[in-house]
Design a protein. Structure first.
Length: 279
């Protein structure tokens, strides 16, 4: 009985979580007049409550066609998002993995204090770090460039914190055996730490990509040139007149995240099951 209640609860929770996705899908294939009729109360153009049907009454792919064939700004923002996300992700893996390995296994002087500092930095919201980052980027002459968004993301504390937990779960006996066999620290890191920490690296890659792909505040603060804006800032520009365009853009923006999760789902599940990823 308890198992049935649990399954029903999980199913209801899944339906609630999937409802916005379904709204994006059906909104992307709805006609303009149907969207206008349904959304007028939400956007303040009419009184009453918004309406939404399970399936559109008059399906139309006009909004998707407009986004793909008649919206050059969409593709500019799309490639800006790709550059920001991949650049941030590559930098995070390049710098966070060695830093996390040093904190987890090398017993550096003051390593515990440094780890505590990373935890504090991870808990600080962007609003606290915004002004110092703005001053630093201005001093470096990087404001209003994609580097203004990429560099702060590269040196985020969260990937270091997460990878430290995964590397800490690797038994020290294995590393000592490798040292007795003559392996150096770089060889241990390259041939043992990285393969054994692959689930953690995968988790960092997925979470880092999603965070960069969906970021709003950083580009709004550091990028004044709209030609450099990422795709996440395409949606706030939509109005009732082009609501279908917004739904279509939201659906297309969702696809890379879904494809990434589909490709890396097993590795992500393994990382959750590891001792370093439970708590």
């Amino acid at each position: 009985m308890r198992r049935k209640i649990l399954w029903v609860s999980l199913a209801l929770f899944a339906l609630v979580m999937l409802f916005p996705v379904w709204v994006a899908v059906t909104g992307a294939i709805s006609s303009d007049w149907e969207l206008t009729k349904n959304l007028r109360p939400i956007l303040g153009a009419a009184q009453g409550f918004a309406q939404w049907t399970l399936l559109p009454r008059s399906p139309s792919f006009r909004s998707l066609v407009r986004v793909l064939l008649d919206s050059p700004g969409f593709f500019t923002m799309f490639w800006n998002s790709v550059v920001i996300s991949l650049g941030t992700l590559a930098g995070q893996l390049l710098f966070a993995a060695p830093a996390a390995w040093a904190l987890a296994k090398l017993r550096l002087p003051g390593g515990k204090r440094l780890g505590s500092l990373y935890m504090v930095l991870m808990l600080l919201p962007f609003q606290v770090l915004m002004y110092p980052e703005y001053l630093m980027l201005r001093a470096l002459g990087l404001l209003d460039s994609l580097w203004a968004v990429i560099l702060p993301g590269i040196f985020s504390a969260y990937p270091v914190f997460l990878l430290t937990r995964f590397f800490s779960a690797i038994p020290d006996e294995i590393l000592e055996a490798a040292r007795l066999d003559g392996a150096g620290e770089w060889q241990i890191f390259r041939y043992m730490a990285l393969p054994l920490g692959l689930p953690g690296l995968t988790s960092v890659a997925i979470l880092g990509f999603l965070d960069s792909w969906n970021m709003l505040e950083q580009p709004m603060t550091f990028l004044k040139n709209k030609a450099l804006w990422p795709l996440s800032l395409f949606l706030p520009e939509t109005t009732l007149a082009d609501a279908g365009l917004g739904f279509a853009a939201a659906l297309l923006m969702l696809l890379p995240a879904l494809l990434l999760f589909a490709q890396c789902r097993e590795a992500l599940e393994q990382s959750i099951a590891l001792p370093g990823g439970k708590e």
